[in-house]
Write a protein that binds this ligand. Sequence first.
Ligand code: TXA
Ligand code: MG
Length: 350
Amino acid sequence: MRTRVLAVDAEHPAEEVLQEAGAALRRGELVAFPTETVYGLGANAFDPRAVRAVFAAKERPWNDPLIVHLADMSDLPPLVARLPDAVHALAAFWPGPLTVVLEKSARVPEEVTAGLPTVAVRFPAHPVARGLIEAAGVPVAAPSANRLSRPSPTCAQDVLEDLDGRIPRVIDGGRTVYGVESTVVDLSGERPVLLRPGAISAEDVSSHLPDLVTSPPAPNGEAFASPGLLTRHYSPRARLALFVGGTAAERAGAMKQAVARWIAAGTRVGVMLPSEQLLAFDGMAISRATLGRSGVVEEAARRLFGAMRALDRAGVEVIAASGYDLEGLGRTLQDRLLRAAEGRVIAVGR
Ligand code: TXA
Ligand code: MG
């Protein structure tokens, strides 16, 4: 299979591209497309065969359910058994990077929800995603468009890196805006639960849902109600070593020492930090990936997955990265970094 790349303007995508790709989706073909978070790999959510093709292309385990993407609030009621009040409280974030888990209706095939009695839904804000779903005329089930356990794609090139030759088409709408996935909130139980920290901060969700249950991110997935969070995720091929604790200066010092040791042992090393902090590694034989301006978490989020991929392409064996405080988007960054590190956490300053 050859993968066609359909380039569009992110703000004003050409109608004929959306119509063509939308018709392909409707008849059961897969389309990778940009959203404001990361690129998704879409299928007609009402077509079980198309949904199974998504799992096959990604090599995704069958027990990990997909998010259903909708263009309009009026498309939601047919998909769910009931609409709790909390949905209305969160509608302030729509369209946007917030996903809710609700009790599903019989209309949603079990292939989409991996047999769960609930369905995850979101209304993307990206003009290409919205235009595509509207053109398809059906809800679009879409996971992130990466191969199993690779970092989520934030540009069409990332999608091709993982799925070239495995899917018929990708719409290229440039870089995504947030760079990390949507925030997932489970509204199917007694109290709302933050299942996945994402592009909208837990604090922002809490301000609309004061009884939101959040628990600190756990690297080994002990208490996750979200099946996808149990599997290895967001990982570069290189081993990621995450330096946590202490002050930023203490972390930088510890990183520098460790990096010098690894280089001396003949290991190819990559360092992923804000530009200013990378200066401390001047003159060292490492590959570098910047996370933007120091202290600007939005920039780090936008660059995180691309940085992991770039360091993989540079052929490094170890990536050194610095942890974040669990505040705002920092919680999301720390969650993704902990998963990528798979337990290789180095505590500093204690
Ligand atoms: O930003 C995003 O959410 C992107 C874009 C493409 O929309 N999508 C995305 O999909 O990140 P995916 O499949 O990579 O992650 C979806 C997460 C998984 O952790 C999955 O287990 C969880 O949502 N999920 C889906 N349906 C669920 C359900 N019914 N109950 C609990 N968790 C669910
Ligand atoms: Mg994913």
